[in-house]
Design a protein. Sequence first.
Lengths: 460, 321
Amino acid sequence: MASTVRRRCVAPLLGAAALLFGLAPTSKVSRADEKIILKVAKSSDFVPVTPEAGKAWWDEMKKQFEAEHPNVEVQYISIPGSYADLENKMSLLFRSRSTAPDVAEISNLDIGPWVASGYFLKLNDYVAKSAWWADFPGSVKAETTLGGDVYAVSHGENTMALFYDFQILAKAGIQTPWQPKTWDDLLAAARKIKATSPKVWPLWVSTGTAQGVFGVETGPGVLLLGSSDPMIFDTATKKWVVDSVGIRQVIDFYKKASSEGLLAPSSQLLAATAIATPPVEMAKGNIGLTLGGNWFSDQWTKTLCAPCWADASKHIGLANFPTRDGQSPDVASTLGGWDLAIYAKTKHPDLAWQFIDLTQRKENMLACDIEGGWVPPVKSLASDPEFANFAPPYRELFAKLLIHSVGIPSDPNYPIWAMGMLQATEAAVLNPNISTDDAVQKLVDYVTNQLGSDEVEKRK
Amino acid sequence: MMANSRAHSKATSSEARDLVRLDRRHIQWSSLVLLSPMGLLLFLLFLGPVGYAFYLGFTNLQLIGINSINYRFTGLTNLIALWKDKEFYHSLLLTVYFVVGSGAIGSTAAGLALAMLMERALPSLRAIVGAVAVLACILPPVTVAVVWYSVTTAGGVFPEMIGMGRDDLLYKAPMLVVSLANGWSLCGLSMLIFAAALKNIPRDLFEAAMLDDATAPQRFFRITLPMLRPTIMTSVLLMTLLSFGNFTLVFLMTGGGPEGRTNILPVYSYLQAFAYHRLGYGALLGNVIVVISALLGVIFVGINLLTGLSTRRIRTIAGRA
């Protein structure tokens, strides 16, 4: 019996061993014609205005690069989902050398923690030899420069301004073109809109924790920049500002607008997908005044068609978002950029840089910013007729805001301050009867609880 | 004869060793070999990762930042931070409301009510209601979140029904709405459990009770509920554990807001790990969820054991009597 068992077992075991041996990798002989793989991680649907437009541009970059470098294959790692999904997936990719991309598309919002992780290569020597770098405004260079070292290069910027509906304002008796000078002008216009067009949402200024950290840039961040004290992080004391005249002014704005019923419904303003709502609702004539980004107007073009609105410029005007009391610099706009960085331990740093350099060529950058819905980081391109004529007159106006726009502090703890600020302003929207002290206290408590009382300060 | 009797007694004692008392618990050691593949999978896919997560909860690991690569064991630092974290206690309290309110109580009570109503319903109505209830529990959490978001925000069915007009019911009472959504999505499963259990209650108990002029509430509280006690315990535990893990529903509907009013532990853990990049602290919050879930399981097993013991004692006493 035992010998029978042995006979029955040996044959299959020998067969399995033979199969495994046959499948075992043999030692590779290096071949000169083996392609180098250059991995590029990028957003598939959050960053470009439409996924199709984004894919078209990236495919073109791959085609051009592979034509110039026949021994290189560009492999894209396309990351779907929201801003948080993109950032999280990207960070997980970097945790292992085998999965880390050579080139990564990241937001300037978190450049500080990215750099602190040690994931990115310093690009000082590369940018020094690049003519286009000199053409970047100081604010754009500053986005990706820490401690004097350049860690990434912008391939598109976002600025913020105020859209207004011509017909709705005309009905409210407001002459166009229109440029409000102060926040009171804004609220007065919203009141008139509410009185004359009751079914319309008078004012869209979003906030809400559901949008995540990005929500500050498109809402309370703009207001804070227009306030009397826009400081978020005190670089002198290295502390987060949790109470200031500026923060109180922002909260009071939301409170006033909400208490008078001037804001869009909370479910729209505070939703996780709030950023996608205004271009659609404006095309339907449902919003009077909208604080929005440059990509809103790009979405109406025939190319992007999200939604298609060929004669948008006949219905929607654009104005600078004013400062609270009309104080200098008269305009408030956050600056948000999407950058390309190189992995610090990449085996092909020169190739990675050449890929970035390719994306910075005039025709590619124009195509990128047209299809990505961005303002070009390069001054000469921002005034290029091809760029401006893609979505006139909006692009030209948004591009002019580039030098006035201010970036968010790049610090690892910024997300905590951002969530606290979103909570405080969200409270003002949902419960406009809340006192300003109580609303501010939410920011104070939240940031203090997370970071400790040593990391916060109150400015009066 | 002596040899025969010795052989006989040897055979008897070996037979006795081979014979197993079926009325007593015993372990078949050979079964461990057959269970070992499952054990290995359990270790690799569950115990191993959970153990590693426990370790990470005591480190300063970040998603991105100076400690994303060079992280270290920080001892009790995270635990001390947890102790001092007011938002953690707030989150824990919200989790209790959510899990107990909508999971343990809400969906169990709704499931029992549905199962009892279904017993009396017309067959056609029973089929339709049963199908809808089961559909609710098999819908993905994303779909449940989108449906409830649309019916509880401005212009939705519920605000219109209660005359809220353009107001958002979701943002006025966020914890209530997400709890209702969770209870709605789970009550179908609870209904199925109770429907099966109700069929196992002997009908003659009800007939005997009716002969004694027992009212419907009396029959319910004196017969149905006691007979369903083990099923209720099972349903409560299952609904509680399912609610504990229901991150998707709350995150999609409110993101933990507004103002942190639906910031249950799973959402807060996500926020810490992936919004604030504090993976170590987020892991610790996740460990708290695992510990609480394990405690609930232990309590359930303990109650079952005690119930079983007391039932056996009653039978023993009854047998002796």
